[in-house]
Design a protein around this ligand. Sequence first.
Ligand code: F6P
Length: 341
Amino acid sequence: MKIGILTSGGDCPGLNAVIRGAVLKGIKTDNLEFVGFRDGWRGVVDGDIIDLPRHAVRGISKQGGTILGTSRTNPFDGNGGPDAIKANLDRLGIDAMIAIGGEGTLAAAKRLTDAGLKIVGVPKTVDNDLDATDYTFGFDTAVQIATEAIDRLRTTGESHSRCMVAEVMGRHVGWIALHAGMASGAHAILIPEQQTSIEQICEWVTDARDRGRAPLVVVAEGFVPSHLEQAHSERGLDTFGRPRLGGIADQLAPEIEARTGIETRATILGHIQRGGVPSAFDRVLATRLGMAAVDSVIDGLWGTMVSLHGTEIAHVGFEAALGNLKRVPQHRYDEAAILFG
Ligand code: F6P
């Protein structure tokens, strides 16, 4: 049996560990053969593949990015669609696919499975916002990178008695902000799920300064403070659902400075959070998910994805992950907010 693997959407640390886990398990236990599609669905539509023998995955679980490349190509656009893809797979002798990706990838995989293709999924997002899985690989690494960066902002902030505003990833949800903010002892954490006024933010900042601290604000990129909501809705969102007004940290910093009189600087961490070496936790999770995806193929569980339930790997239908984002629940935010200011 020959299996094609693809990585699609934004990259994240741990993708290579999934590929290695799947290839090694499939070769060792079931004598399967593997190929990789280049650049996500683009490689599926164009029939652009590379062989994945055992030596191709040697030592890759500690490498960031994806050895297969990725893209945001929609497999239904252009020359795509189920019939064209099926013809490609037949020509290349590929029996089934493992699609590693986020909500868009899984939605496309579901449509293709409904049309008769044999696909299993592996959920992926640094934002940790996919439903039906407790954690996604990449998230732990992103939190670690963000925490380390915020720790650094704290020492320079303290030296200059400045307020530091750190913007982290999270266009729809605030998981990275919540965890990195808690880990670094932020005086305020701002997330898209939680309406927060500029007055409240400035109160936390001033409280921290009054206790002799250099205020530290961690904000998720998708957060919009109440007083800017109107402006943001008028300008609309970009294709990824992010505000069009530029980095939120860049907007907040001058506003905080003007209202509190505390010199304030903004730092946008950006793609640094998605690059580089995955944490040990992410490597283990990703490896287990890759191995379990091979079990799904062997068992013919088409239209399902592997997911983490507690500490165990489960198999759930694609539809379980689609439609609902996993948002930060109110009690998790309230718990963190007790320590703000
Ligand atoms: O979905 C993950 C994510 O990192 C978001 O937090 C961020 O808004 C987006 O991807 C960035 O996408 P791109 O790499 O295409 O700019």
